[in-house]
Design a binder for this molecule. Structure first.
Ligand code: ARG
Length: 442
């Protein structure tokens, strides 16, 4: 029974939140006259002693005492004597664990926010360095149109910005206090839930005691935001794995962020990127696991809910690790301007520019222009050259209206420079976006 029942092996991570919650509760019990000031003072002092013992690292946690709440209370009794027994008045472990865990998850929202800002800054640094460097833009992982390196880096800055706002939304919604819901029904003692809510930095108390002890959707929202964030990280990580290969050579990882092989001396493996790519597995796994645990549970508290914590702890630890590694790896990597540029010009990446030119300059319907461009691409392909390598005479053999100035739009620099529409890849737009993000990220 003890082996399946005890949670102290993992919920000891809630010690600080548990003690903060208990200190707020004790102060409120005194303020409302439920316990004496001297008992409350002894309890509040004693809890600080217990906290420093736990932080000191040699606290004798006991599985027989089941969880962090009873471990702290038992030690408090040894420290302050019988007054400790008054702390649990008008409270239950059900509202206690709900408040502790909520405080812990709230801190993780803040931690994710700062860690995401650090990754954004690393990406922004890359964007600034290569705002106008041309590279191939891909669809279907096939060369589509030339884009700028800065634009590609900023795409991730945008994604991570939405991740930050998801964590902020979740935080705002979870920032209400379950404390004082007691076991499930509230209490007959004249408690002041607004006071404890305020002391713990909440916006106010939760309004329904049954909901307060049952709700774990704050943790689910955190895991959902963490899953989407980890998914974004996995996409960037995947690109970095591909780009650092000998076939692409778009980026070079610093020595610090790559590893060698024990047998192949030439290897520079992007292990950190691969591990970041993999983290979505356990983070989304935690999301699915907790959803499944909560599904179908009748109101209010059931012991099933003890299975919430390990999932969230593991997801949070790994998300923070992935974000820290991504921030460091991206800041340290160097983009290969020449390789990006050479690749940008392959795959007939300016075919759309040619079609657009036929529409703009010769007044052709886009469908006809598309067809003519297709014939020119086929001609170049047959000759084993790129579009700008065709002669004017060859172009005119497909459409006699084509003039020499068509070659202006076939270069990759002109191609990207022309994409000035809002949100487009032109360096002028990219520099504007960089300036906005710089202001925003400080
Ligand atoms: N260890 C428990 C948990 O994590 C604390 C709440 C226990 N409440 C109870 N009535 N047994 O959920």
């Amino acid at each position: 029974m003890e082996a399946i029942n005890a949670s102290i092996g993992f919920d000891r991570r809630l010690a600080q939140q548990d003690i903060a919650g208990s200190r707020a509760h004790a102060a409120m019990l005194a303020a409302t006259g439920i316990i004496t000031n001297s008992d409350a003072d002894a309890i509040r002092e004693g809890l600080l002693t217990v906290l420093s013992e736990i932080e000191g690292g040699d606290f004798p946690f006991s599985a027989a005492l089941e969880d962090i709440h009873m471990n702290v209370e038992a030690r408090l009794k040894e420290v302050v004597g019988p007054a400790a027994g008054r702390l649990h008045t008008a409270r239950s472990r059900n509202d206690q664990v709900a408040v502790d865990f909520r405080l812990w998850v709230r801190d993780q929202c803040d931690a994710a926010d700062s860690a995401l800002a650090a990754v954004q800054k690393s990406l922004l640094g890359q964007a600034e360095a290569g705002a106008d460097w041309v590279m191939p833009g891909f669809t279907h992982l096939q060369v589509a149109q030339p884009v700028t390196w800065g634009h590609h880096m900023l795409a991730y800055v945008e994604m991570l910005g939405r991740d930050r706002s998801r964590f902020a939304d979740a935080r705002r919604r979870m920032n209400v206090s379950p404390l004082g819901a007691a076991a499930l029904a509230g209490t007959s003692f004249p408690i002041d839930r607004h006071m404890t809510a305020q002391a713990l930095g909440f916006d106010g108390p939760m309004t329904n005691s049954l909901d307060a002890v049952s709700d774990r959707d704050f943790a689910l929202e955190y895991l959902a935001a963490a899953s989407i964030c980890a998914l974004h990280l996995s996409r960037l990580a995947e690109e970095l794995v591909i780009w650092s290969s000998a076939q692409f050579r778009f980026v070079r990882m610093s020595d610090k962020w790559s590893t060698g092989s024990s047998i192949m001396p030439q290897k520079r493996n992007p292990d950190a990127a691969e591990l970041i790519r993999a983290k979505i597995g356990r983070i989304f796994g935690a999301n699915v696991a907790l959803m499944t645990v909560m599904k179908g549970l009748p109101l209010t508290y059931s012991k099933d809910m003890q299975e919430d914590k390990e999932q969230v702890f593991d997801a949070a630890d790994n998300l923070m690790l992935a974000l820290a590694a991504m921030a460091g790896m991206v800041a340290d990597m160097s983009a290969n301007r020449d390789a990006l540029r050479a690749a940008a010009a392959t795959g007939f990446s300016t075919a759309t520019d040619l079609a657009d030119w036929l529409v703009r300059e010769l007044g052709l319907p886009f469908r006809d222009a598309h067809h003519i461009t297709g014939s020119l691409v086929a001609m170049a392909e047959k000759q084993g050259c790129d579009l700008p390598d065709l002669s004017l005479a060859q172009m005119q053999s497909v459409h006699d209206g084509i003039r020499a100035d068509v070659f202006d739009v076939l270069g990759v620099d002109n191609s990207v420079a022309s994409r000035t529409s809002f949100g487009g890849t032109a360096p002028v737009r990219v520099r504007e976006a960089i300036a906005l993000w710089q202001e925003h990220l400080g």
